[in-house]
Design a protein around this ligand. Structure first.
Ligand SMILES: Nc1ncnc2c1ncn2[C@@H]1O[C@H](COP(=O)(O)OP(=O)(O)OP(=O)(O)O)[C@@H](O)[C@H]1O
Length: 688
C-alpha cells in the first residue's frame, strides 16, 4: 500500500515533468504545446487519476531512446535480409508517438525490438531514461498490445477486467477498490454499454478498446500498440487514437505503429517517426512534416493528408532520389531538428550529433528525472496460488459457458458409448468371443488416444495466442497457468469417462467386480491424461494445421507397437530393439493395464455356452499367452503410464516456455538448444 501513500508526491512529480515538457514546447511557439495546456493536462491527470485510478501506482516519466538499431533475418535468396538499418530515435513520456511508413518498411519490427518482443537478433543500443535498457525491468513496466488481439471469448467485458485486476493487482487493493478501478477504466474507454457483453460478441472497436483497457489496469508507464486502428472504421479509429492521446497526456509513453492514418488521426500524434526501407526518413512533430518535405522541393497540396503525402514520397511516387536525401537530412534518426522541443537546437552542430551525446551533453534535450522507477512496485502483486486460482476459475467459467462444446462432447460420448457397447454386447464373459473382448480392450485404448488428443491439437495453438499476450504483458507466470490448464480439464474429462466406461462396461458384460472396475477406470483415465499431454506437447510449437497432421501420424506407430507380436504365441522371439520401441509406446502400457484389469488376478473361467463342443479361451491365462501378453503386471503398467504422463507434461511445459521466451539465456548449451528449437521446430506462425 506504499504506492497509495506515495501517490500524491509521484503525481506532483509527474505533473512537474509534464510542466517541464510543456514549457520546453512553449519555447517553440508551437500552438499545440502552450504552457496554458499544463493546466489542461493537470485536469486530465485529475480525470484519469480520478475516483478509481487514484489507487493505482504512479510512475515517473519513462523515455525511450535507441541508437543504431539494426536487425537482419535469414533470407532464402540472398542469405540475409536487413530489416532495420542502423536507425536512431527517441520516444518520450507524455507524448503519443507513431511509427509510420509504407507496408513492409519495418514498423512492426522496430516496435517489436523496442518492446523486446522479438529482439534477440537486433544490434544497437536501447536506453531507458538515459540508462541501458534492463530487459527484465523494462518488460515489467511496458505493455504490448498486438494487432490481432485475442480476448477470452466467453467472459464479459467486466469479468475480463476483473480477471486482469485480480492477476495484476493481487491483494494490493480491496475488491471494492478494484471495482472502482475497473469502472473508471470502462468509463474512460466508453465501454459502459458493452459491460456485460462477451468477448466473442464485441465489435472490432470494442475489442480493441477492451484490449487497451486490460493493459491499463495497473497503469503501465509505457504502452506499445501494433496498428491499433486496423480493422476499425474511421469513427472508431478516431475514438481509439483520441483515447490513446488522453492516456499519453496523462504522463505515459505511448508508441503505435500505424499504416495509413487519416489526416484527422495524423494530427493527433505528438511525435511521428517515419520509416522507409528500414531507415528513418523523418522524426518530429506531425505539424512539421509539410515544411520538412518542402525542404526537398516537394509541396503537399493543401487538401492532401500529409501522412499520405510522405508515404507516397518514400514509396518513390515522386522519384527515387528522395529517400536517400531524407535519411541524410535526419541522419537516420540522429537529428532531432523537427522535434517540437528541440527546435531551438536546430543548428548545424546539433544536426547529426549522436543521440547519446545529446542526452549527456545537453541536459535539456532529454529531461532529467527526479525519481527513479521503484523496482519493488514492478513486482507481481499476486502470488503463485492466487494466479492459479484466478486462472482456474476463468478456465472453468470459459468451459462452462461454451455450451456448444459441452453439448457436443456429451452427445459424442453417449453416441460412442452406445455404438461400442452395442458392437461388443455380451462379449465380456463369453469364452467363444474372447478375441472380440480383446478388441474391446484395444478399442478403449484407441478411444482414449484420440478423444482427448484431437481437441487439444485443434484448440491449443489458438489458446497460445492468448497465453502469449498475457504472459508477455506480465499478467502471470507460466507455472500457475499450466497447472490451472491441467486441472481445469480434469472434472469434465472424469465425468465423461465415467459415463462412457460405465456404458460400455455394463453393455459388454465385463465381470462385475469392484476391483476390476476401479482398475480399468484408473488405467483408462491415465491413457486419456497421457494423450492430452502428448497433444499439448505436439501443439506447443505447431500451428493448427501442422498439429492436426503430426498428431495422428505420430499416433500410428504407437498403435502398431502396442499390438506388435499379437498371435506370435508364447516364446516367439521379438528382437530387443522392437521390445524397446514397444515399451516406448504408452498405448502398449495402456493396453497391458486394461488386459490386466480384465483378465489378471486369477480371473475365473469365462462362460462356455452349452451348444459349444469346446471353448478354447475359457482360461484367461491361455488367451493372454496366445496373444503374447503373458507377463502382465498392472502396477508396472500404471507406473509406466504415470512416468510417461510426467514426461509429456514436463516436456510440454518446457516447449511452451521456450516458445514464450523473449530473452536469451546465459548458458551456451541452453541457448543452442533454444535456438535450434526456434529455428527448426518453429512451424507455428509467430506473427500473432
Ligand atoms: N522473420 C522474418 N523473416 C523474413 N522476413 C521478415 C521477417 N520478419 C519481417 N520480415 C520482413 O521484413 C519487412 C518488414 O516487416 P514489418 O512487419 O516490420 O513491416 P511493417 O512495416 O510493419 O509492414 P506492415 O505495415 O505491412 O505490417 C517485411 O518485408 C517483412 O516481410
Amino acid at each position: 500500500m506504499a504506492s497509495i501513500k506515495d501517490n500524491s508526491s509521484k503525481r506532483s512529480s509527474l505533473i512537474t515533468h509534464i510542466v517541464k515538457t510543456k514549457e520546453n514546447n512553449a519555447t517553440n511557439n508551437d500552438a499545440k504545446f502552450k504552457v496554458a495546456e499544463v493546466n489542461e493536462t493537470s485536469m486530465e491527470m485529475d480525470r484519469l487519476t480520478g475516483s478509481g485510478l487514484k489507487y493505482l501506482p504512479k510512475w515517473p516519466a519513462v523515455n525511450i531512446e535507441f541508437q543504431d538499431l539494426s536487425l537482419s533475418v535469414p533470407d532464402l535468396a540472398s542469405g540475409k535480409k536487413t530489416i532495420l538499418k542502423g536507425v536512431t530515435g527517441r520516444f518520450q513520456s507524455n507524448q503519443l508517438s507513431a511509427i509510420l511508413g509504407p507496408s513492409g518498411c519495418g514498423k512492426t519490427t522496430l516496435l517489436n525490438t523496442l518492446a523486446g518482443y522479438k529482439s534477440d537478433a537486433a544490434t544497437g543500443q536501447v536506453n531507458i531514461n538515459n540508462r541501458p535498457r534492463d530487459m527484465r525491468l523494462f518488460r515489467k513496466m511496458s505493455r504490448y498490445i498486438m494487432q490481432n488481439e485475442v480476448l477470452s471469448p466467453h467472459l464479459t467485458v467486466v469479468e475480463a477486467m476483473g480477471v486482469a485486476a485480480d492477476l495484476k493487482l493481487g491483494n494490493d487493493l480491496k475488491k471494492e477498490q478494484k471495482d472502482e478501478v475497473i469502472d473508471e477504466i470502462i468509463d474512460t474507454l466508453r465501454l459502459n454499454k458493452a459491460r456485460n457483453t462477451r468477448g466473442l460478441q464485441l465489435s472490432g472497436g470494442e475489442k480493441k478498446r477492451l484490449s487497451i483497457g486490460l493493459e491499463l489496469v495497473n497503469n503501465p508507464p509505457v504502452i506499445f500498440l501494433d496498428e491499433p486502428t486496423t480493422g476499425l472504421d474511421d469513427a472508431a479509429s478516431v475514438q481509439c487514437i483520441a483515447l490513446l492521446q488522453r492516456i499519453a497526456h496523462s504522463g505515459r509513453t505511448i508508441i503505435c505503429s500505424i499504416h495509413t492514418p487519416s489526416a484527422r488521426i495524423f494530427e493527433m500524434f505528438d511525435h511521428v517517426y517515419v520509416m522507409a526501407e528500414g531507415q528513418c526518413v523523418y522524426q518530429g512533430s506531425s505539424t512539421h512534416i509539410v515544411p520538412y518535405i518542402q525542404e526537398f522541393g516537394l509541396s503537399c497540396p493543401l487538401t492532401y493528408n500529409p501522412a499520405d503525402f510522405i508515404i507516397e514520397v518514400v514509396s518513390h511516387e515522386y522519384g527515387t532520389e528522395y529517400n536517400e536525401k531524407m535519411v541524410a537530412a535526419v541522419d537516420n534518426g540522429k537529428s532531432f531538428s523537427w522535434c517540437p522541443h528541440s527546435h531551438h537546437e536546430d543548428t548545424e552542430d546539433s544536426k547529426g550529433s549522436s543521440l547519446l551525446a545529446h542526452s549527456h551533453h545537453e541536459g535539456h534535450t532529454i529531461e532529467q528525472f527526479e525519481e527513479e522507477i521503484d523496482i519493488k512496485q514492478l513486482k507481481s502483486k499476486s502470488s503463485w496460488i492466487q494466479q492459479f486460482a484466478v486462472l482456474l476459475r476463468r478456465m472453468l467459467l470459459e468451459m462452462w459457458r461454451d455450451t456448444n462444446y459441452i453439448k457436443l462432447k456429451f452427445c459424442m460420448t453417449i453416441t460412442l458409448g452406445l455404438i461400442v457397447g452395442g458392437l461388443y454386447e455380451g462379449v465380456g464373459n463369453d469364452a467363444t468371443k474372447a478375441l472380440f473382448n480383446f478388441g474391446f480392450a484395444f478399442g478403449i485404448t484407441i478411444a482414449y488416444l484420440y478423444k482427448p488428443m484431437m481437441p487439444v491439437l485443434l484448440q491449443f495453438p489458438t489458446e497460445v495466442r492468448l497465453l502469449k499476450r498475457e504472459y508477455f504483458n506480465q499478467w502471470y507466470k507460466l507455472g500457475p497457468y499450466y497447472c490451472a490448464m491441467i486441472c481445469a480439464k480434469m472434472p469434465f474429462q472424469i465425468f465423461l469417462a465415467l459415463i462412457y466406461l460405465t456404458m460400455i462396461y455394463l453393455m459388454s458384460s465385463q465381470p462385475l467386480e469392484l476391483s476390476r472396475i476401479v482398475m480399468l477406470y484408473a488405467v483408462s483415465f491415465l491413457i486419456a491424461m497421457n494423450s492430452d499431454s502428448f497433444g499439448v506437447l505436439i501443439a506447443s510449437r505447431l500451428s493448427i494445421v501442422n498439429a492436426m497432421f503430426i498428431g495422428p501420424v505420430l499416433a500410428c506407430p504407437m498403435i502398431l507397437l502396442s499390438c506388435y507380436g499379437i498371435g506370435f504365441g508364447r516364446g516367439v522371439y521379438i528382437p530387443t530393439y522392437v521390445r524397446v520401441l514397444m515399451s516406448l509406446s504408452y498405448i502398449r502400457h495402456g493396453l497391458e493395464g486394461i488386459l490386466a484389469a480384465l483378465y489378471g488376478n486369477n480371473r475365473a473361467d469365462t462362460f462356455c455356452p452349452d451348444d459349444e463342443v469346446f471353448c478354447m479361451f475359457r482360461k484367461a491365462e491361455f488367451l493372454l499367452n496366445l496373444l503374447g501378453f503373458n507377463n502382465l503386471n498392472y502396477a508396472v503398467s500404471v507406473s509406466a503410464l504415470l512416468g510417461y504422463y510426467v514426461f509429456f507434461t514436463v516436456a510440454a511445459y518446457y516447449m511452451i516456455k521456450s516458445r514464450l521466451s523473449f530473452s536469451t539465456c546465459n548458458y551456451a548449451a541452453v541457448q543452442y538448444v533454444s535456438q535450434f528449437v526456434k529455428t527448426h521446430l518453429n512451424f507455428a506462425s509467430y506473427k500473432y
